[in-house]
Design a protein around this ligand. Structure first.
Ligand code: NAP
Length: 337
């Protein structure tokens, strides 16, 4: 069993920012890289709204730079994700996917959120065989195809814009008749001839096989929207020929490993963070010594810049917490100055 003072779960922007701050404070943090090392930014192309990059920066480049920065100050990285935790008064025991156990005095949860699935018929069988949650990863496989993008938010717009570079046509399938996306993203989509939007429509079934890939989809629509919630007889159904289906319907926080613990979460699974006695925000959770940062605790803003901000806050909060522990409660020496 490894003993640590501070473990950071997750290596997206939030985890990396926490690692930079904690390593600079000589807390010798261990970063568990998780199932998606680098987090969601590695699934995106250019990030145009991260402060300090007027020309934009590649998502993967941004996290690679963050990792190098954290390493430079002494943070250690380890593959693996947490499967379950025991959160004692002072010591937290983490059981990893690798079978290893780590005991730590403080834990920063920065495990992010993962793409949601629609629930269409055959999606599990065809995921990775023409069905994808990541246009930037899989878009290039669809040169010359007609493809669908499901969703009406910024993620769906971003996927559609990216896919328009490769596909013959892109059809956005949205369950209502109003987009949730920001005006700037919606305008970019409207301005591209190759992208059309099917309003009040949902994806019911995906056709194809693992050998052939996706060959088509059945769409259902209803003039009042949310067709799958309407009685079957009042819903129009149409089969379309498409070679790819992309999901852009949002994310679910990666907090399953906190099941059965006293870390409070909201109804969607996002970790709740506490306010201090003056009502100001903190990254503290309902369990002492456990902090949360980034998308795992943020159903509202979910931006790289806010994840980086809360990551730094979590490191500062964890440092203050570790300062309150006496030597017997701390589990390891800090990094040599
Ligand atoms: P989102 O804003 O929650 O949008 C999800 C979309 O998917 C909504 O239009 C929703 O429909 C639809 N949807 C959800 N579940 C569905 C289902 N089961 N079947 C069909 N449709 C479903 O999520 P997001 O687009 O991932 O964006 C999340 C946050 O990240 C936002 O703050 C966004 O601004 C930000 N973001 C920014 C950028 C950028 O600036 N480049 C890119 C990506 C994301 P309803 O509208 O009917 O609810």
């Amino acid at each position: 069993m490894q003993d640590r003072n501070l473990v950071i779960a997750g290596s997206g922007v939030a985890g990396l920012s926490a690692a930079v701050y904690a390593a600079r404070a000589d807390l010798d943090p261990l970063v568990l890289e998780g199932d998606e090392p680098g987090g969601q930014l590695t699934l995106t192309t250019d990030v145009e709204n991260y402060l300090g990059f007027p020309e934009g920066v590649g998502g993967t480049e941004l996290v690679q730079r963050g990792k190098a920065q954290a390493r430079q100050f002494g943070a250690t990285f380890q593959r693996g994700s947490i499967e379950s935790v025991e959160l004692g008064q002072t010591h937290k025991t983490l059981s990893l996917s690798t079978g290893e156990q780590i005991r730590t005095a403080a834990l920063i949860v920065a495990t992010g959120a993962s793409a949601r699935w629609v629930g269409a018929e055959n999606e599990a069988e065809l995921m990775g065989y023409g069905v994808s949650t990541c246009a930037t990863c899989d878009g290039a496989f669809h040169r010359g195809d007609d493809v669908l993008v499901v969703g009406g938010g910024d993620s769906a717009m971003e996927e559609a814009l990216f896919l328009a570079k490769f596909a013959d046509s892109v059809t956005v399938v949205h369950r209502r008749e109003e987009l949730r996306a920001s005006e700037i993203m919606a305008a970019r989509v409207r301005d591209l001839e190759d992208i059309s939007i099917r309003w009040n429509t949902e994806l019911q079934t995906i056709h194809g096989s693992q050998d052939e890939g996706v060959t088509g989809a059945t769409l259902v629509s209803h003039p009042d929207g949310h067709p799958t919630e309407k009685a079957a007889e009042s819903v129009a159904s149409e089969r379309v020929d498409v070679g790819g289906v992309f999901y852009g319907i949002g994310h679910t926080p990666n907090t399953g490993f906190l099941d059965g613990t006293a870390v409070a979460r909201d109804e969607d699974g996002y970790v709740r963070t506490e306010t201090d006695e003056t009502g100001r925000v903190t990254t503290e959770t309902t369990v002492e010594g456990v902090f949360a940062a980034g998308d795992v605790a943020d159903p509202t803003y979910r931006q790289a810049i806010t994840a980086a901000g809360t990551g730094s806050m979590a490191a500062l909060d964890a440092e203050a917490y570790l300062d309150t522990l006496d030597q017997t409660e701390r589990l390891a020496e800090d990094a040599p100055a």
